[in-house]
Ligand binder design. Structure first.
Ligand code: MG
Ligand code: ZN
Length: 171
C-alpha cells in the first residue's frame, strides 16, 4: 500500500495568482521543490486536487487549465519529482457539482483509480478552509499552510512555511 499526500495547487504549491491563466506565471512557493523531493524519498505519492472555477467563470478555457497543470507537472519532473495524478474541478460554486472542494468526489475518484493507495496514511495539504474540510470529510489528516495559523479551521496541523511539512510527515 502506498502512502499519499494530496496537495491543493494555488497558494500551496505555487504562488496564488488570482485565477492563474498562463503557465508563464507559475512560481513555486519557497521550499516546495526541496520539500517535495524529501517527501518523495520518504515514500509518498503526490496528487494535486484543485478548484479551477476560473474555467466556468470564463477567465480561461479547460484546455488552458490542463496546459498549466501539465506545465507544472513537467517542471516538477525536471526536478525528478513525480506527480501521480492531477484532478481539478472546472465548475462554478453555484453549480453545486460534486467535485468542487470541500466535496470529496475527486478523492473518491482517486481512490477508485488507485486502489493501492493507503488513505489511512495520507495527508491533505492546503491553504484554505475548503482544503481542510475536504480532508476531514474523507477522514484523512489535514495540514493548513497559513502565514499566521490564527485560524486553523480544525486542521490537524498548521504550518507557516511549506518546508515545515518535513517535521510533520514522517517516513
Ligand atoms: Mg489554495
Ligand atoms: Zn466541479
Amino acid at each position: 500500500m502506498e502512502k499519499v499526500i494530496f496537495f491543493d495547487r494555488d497558494g500551496t504549491l505555487i504562488e496564488d495568482k488570482h485565477y492563474l491563466s498562463s503557465p508563464l506565471y507559475i512560481r513555486f512557493k519557497k521550499g516546495v521543490l526541496k520539500t517535495l523531493k524529501a517527501l518523495q524519498d520518504r515514500g509518498y505519492k503526490f496528487f494535486i486536487v484543485s478548484n479551477q472555477s476560473g474555467i466556468k467563470r470564463g477567465f480561461f478555457s479547460y484546455r488552458r487549465a490542463e496546459r498549466i497543470m501539465r506545465e507544472l507537472a513537467s517542471r516538477l519532473k525536471a526536478e525528478k519529482i513525480l506527480i501521480e495524478g492531477i484532478y481539478f474541478c472546472p465548475h462554478h460554486p453555484g453549480e453545486r457539482c460534486p467535485c468542487r472542494k470541500p466535496k470529496t468526489f475527486l478523492l473518491k475518484k482517486i481512490k477508485k483509480t488507485y486502489p493501492e493507495l493507503d488513505f489511512s496514511r495520507s495527508y491533505f495539504v492546503g491553504d484554505k478552509k475548503e482544503d481542510i474540510e475536504t480532508g476531514k470529510r474523507y477522514g484523512i489528516k489535514t495540514i493548513l499552510l497559513s502565514p499566521d495559523c490564527n485560524e486553523k479551521f480544525e486542521a490537524d496541523f498548521c504550518i507557516k512555511s511549506f518546508s515545515e511539512l518535513l517535521h510533520i510527515i514522517g517516513d
